[in-house]
Design a protein around this ligand. Structure first.
Ligand code: S3P
Length: 175
């Protein structure tokens, strides 16, 4: 495989953006985060898009952004946690690069997501850990299907992860 982009997928809070930014620095690639691209296009936050236009409108924007980014090259792309559940997004991402799934335990995810207000799917939940467990159960098979490979981030530092993933990408691209 000669991958044009490195794509990071996985649940909220697994570290896609933090690790992705460091991978981009390692590979001297551009870094793109689909949520941030949507926010720049819309001039408001993801939480505001959900609140004012609904999840359907957000998913439609997300599909357009992913199709555009995946057709380019030389980028590390961090996707929103729901993006690869859509089969068209999954196919575009797989065609556009090496897709790496980052995973973490529900407890680690809950700790890492911090301010739930910025995550509309968790904001307002009486028991956010239970919501994380339920969503993870439903999503994990689709994440695994979309990914070329998977890496557990639970006990790893950003540096360890970004060094390992950048090396994997270099090896896969040289094949
Ligand atoms: C979502 C994850 C969020 C964002 C939106 C929906 C999801 O991105 O796209 O709130 O469905 O899991 P992060 O994974 O970057 O938090």
């Amino acid at each position: 495989m000669s991958a044009r982009n490195l794509v990071l997928i996985g649940f909220m809070g697994v570290g896609k953006s933090t690790v992705g930014r460091q991978c981009a620095a390692n590979l001297q690639f551009d870094f793109e985060d689909t949520d941030r691209v949507i926010e720049a296009k819309m001039g408001c936050s993801v939480a505001e898009v959900f609140a004012e236009q609904g999840e359907g409108a957000f998913r439609s924007l997300e599909r357009t952004v992913i199709a555009d980014l995946a057709s380019e090259a030389g980028q590390v792309i961090a996707t929103g946690g729901g993006a690869p559940l859509d089969p068209v997004n999954a196919a575009n991402l797989r065609a556009g690069g090496l897709v790496v799934l980052l995973t973490a335990t529900p407890t680690t995810i809950l700790r890492r997501v911090g301010n739930l207000g910025t995550r509309p799917l968790l904001a307002g939940a009486a028991d956010p850990r239970a919501v994380i467990i339920e969503l993870l159960g439903a999503r994990m098979p689709l994440y695994r299907k979309a990914a070329h490979l998977s890496i557990d981030t639970t006990h790893r530092t950003v540096k360890q992860l970004s060094d390992e993933i950048a090396d994997l990408f270099r090896r896969e691209s040289a094949r």
